[in-house]
Design a protein. Structure first.
Length: 563
């Protein structure tokens, strides 16, 4: 058998084998704790607590791995030790040690029986690793891939104008004035979406007919929307039969078209739930990790509770699965510690333990824990319970950190993310550039065209920033018409060229209100790290540069004087 686990069943089998291999050492440690207590019951009462924890752990792990006989014996020992812990020293029976020794002998015998079972060859024992792997540590830093859009329309002037506008929104656009050229282009290179006119010289529905035919020939659905000068039943029906998702009549607003294109080309993969497991039993943590990873989740295992704060900051989990009984720090203590940090007040924490005493479960949840999952778990139930709570956390987090209009980070979140990014840049000795951006004369837009139109302008600039910048750049709405951007690992020279390109493109977008059209512009100021080492200094420097851009006539980008 290969030493590399290739299936979930093989991985779990290896964990079972690893657990069996460690049983003699754990039982020997239990015998040592028993001897300590026998030597001096008053001074070494903590040894009984350790005995209890050992039996509790063996019970939970045994049931999880299907070693029910072993788990039953460990459970009997756990209950016996619990009763003894509830008694005062004078009440402990004289033969209590003999009963514990008898149970340890039963466990040892069961361990020998399991060791003789040929689960897997010895050479294939799993040595789990509990550090975050490179994939978990990696942060997305690639540019967002531009979606390829084909526009087919025989009105050249309108097509040229629309192409320019959509390019400003971050799309790669190619246009055609004839359906034949469009057909040839689709065969050579399939676009991400199509904007198709209905009426061409060849016929009243030649455009949608060509679209339907090309999809029939290729056997692939082509995401498409219609942009037509006709608004009649025949044209709309042909669009439906061609599989078009949306229908716009000319003249259409570029922002509305871009939004529709976003909807039909949205192929962003679902971001897996991020689950932090804290358990001092490596095999059990790995077992639960395998179940969750097999369901498509990303898991970070932690066996040292002292590292939980660093794990929370670096891994940013959607949920924490926490064992109740751990030697250095109990689950109750750890969950209390986490809850004392304001940024983790809403983070779901779920206990995962073999504790079945309802009163103890209730007491353990008093610190604001979401739930209690009892070992051994049924895999499907574990996945469902975790996914439900993690999704609820994401929905709540989105409401808390996003601006309701633009979908960008809100002021508070933007500030926190900039602080965190600056700390990371200091550790990795990277460069950062901060941009403060403000729409020019935006009050005049609201006063002249109304707040509904003003919102469209805010949506347009937000969309450009979100789609034209990199995935790991921070983009937030800092105030009414002011935006804060943190560009990672970039020089001031590159940053000013980038923001200037966005500024020029944004100024070409035409907005409309009734029969009136207008354009908008923005001004921006840029500061950088390591020229400024504090987040507030970065912001102030960028803000001052922004004011200079305004004073110099608006619609321009200015670098901080310190650069």
């Amino acid at each position: 058998m290969s030493s590399t686990p290739s299936t979930l069943q093989e991985k779990i089998a290896r964990l079972r084998t690893s657990f069996i291999a460690q049983l003699p050492k754990r039982l020997e440690e239990a015998q040592h704790q028993l001897a300590l207590f026998q030597a001096d019951p008053c001074m070494n009462r903590v040894a009984v607590v350790e005995l209890y924890r050992t039996f509790h752990s063996l019970k939970g792990t045994g049931y999880s791995f299907g070693f029910n006989e072993l788990a039953d014996i460990a459970g009997e020992a756990e209950s016996y030790i619990q009763k003894m812990l509830n008694l005062v020293d004078e009440s402990v029976s004289a033969d209590w040690a003999d009963q514990v020794i008898a149970l340890l002998q039963k466990l040892s015998s069961q361990a020998q029986t399991l060791a003789c079972t040929d689960l897997l060859d010895d050479h294939s024992l799993l040595t789990p690793s509990f550090k975050m792997n490179e994939e978990q540590q990696a942060q997305p830093d690639a540019l967002i891939k531009q979606k390829l859009i084909y526009i087919c329309d025989d009105e050249l002037e309108q097509v040229s104008h629309l192409s320019c506008q959509l390019r400003c929104f971050g799309y790669q656009v190619e246009f055609f004035t004839e359906t034949e050229a469009f057909d040839e282009a689709v065969v050579l290179k399939r676009p991400d979406a199509v904007i198709m006119d209905v009426h061409f010289p060849q016929g009243r529905t030649a455009g949608t007919d060509a679209l339907a035919q090309i999809q029939k020939v290729t056997g692939q659905h082509l995401p498409a929307i219609v942009l037509s000068g006709f608004d009649n039943f025949e044209a709309r029906l042909s669009a439906v039969r061609a599989g078009c998702q949306s229908y716009f009549t000319k003249p259409a607003k570029p922002l509305a078209l871009a939004t529709a294109l976003d909807d039909i080309t949205n192929d962003d993969p679902f971001e897996p739930y991020r689950i932090l497991i804290v358990d001092d039993e490596p095999e059990v943590a790995q077992y639960h990790s395998l179940i969750l990873e097999n369901a498509g989740m990303r898991v970070y295992q932690l066996s040292e509770p002292a590292n939980v704060l660093a794990a929370l900051q670096e891994f940013r989990p959607d949920l924490v699965l926490l064992d109740v009984y751990m030697p250095e720090c109990t689950g109750l203590e750890l969950s209390t510690l986490i809850r004392q940090l304001p940024e983790y007040l809403s983070l779901p924490i779920v206990y995962l333990s073999s504790e079945t005493d309802r009163q103890k479960q209730f007491s353990a949840m008093q610190v604001g824990v979401e739930g209690f999952i009892t070992k051994p778990v049924i895999p499907d139930e574990l996945v469902a319970a975790v996914a439900l709570r993690a999704e609820r956390m994401r929905a709540l987090r989105s409401l808390m950190i996003r601006d309701s209009l633009t979908g960008l980070y809100n002021h508070t979140t933007t500030t926190e993310l900039i602080e965190a990014a600056l700390s990371q840049a200091k550790r990795k000795q990277e460069t950062l550039c901060m941009v403060m951006l403000d729409l020019d004369s935006f009050k005049q837009v609201n006063d002249t065209y109304g707040h509904v139109v003003g919102d469209q302008v805010l949506l347009a600039i937000s969309r450009i920033l979100r789609h034209r910048l990199r995935l790991n750049d921070i983009v937030g709405r800092y105030g009414g018409e002011e935006f804060a951007i943190l560009l990672k690992d970039i020089t001031p020279e590159v940053a000013i060229n980038l923001i200037n390109q966005l500024r020029e493109d944004f100024s070409t977008i035409r907005f409309s209100s009734d029969d009136r059209e207008f354009t908008c512009s923005f001004s921006a100021g840029i500061s950088s790290f390591p020229n400024h080492t504090r987040a507030e200094d970065l912001r102030i420097a960028a803000d001052k540069a922004l004011y200079r851009a305004k004073d110099k006539g608006r619609n321009q980008v200015v670098l901080d004087d310190g650069l």
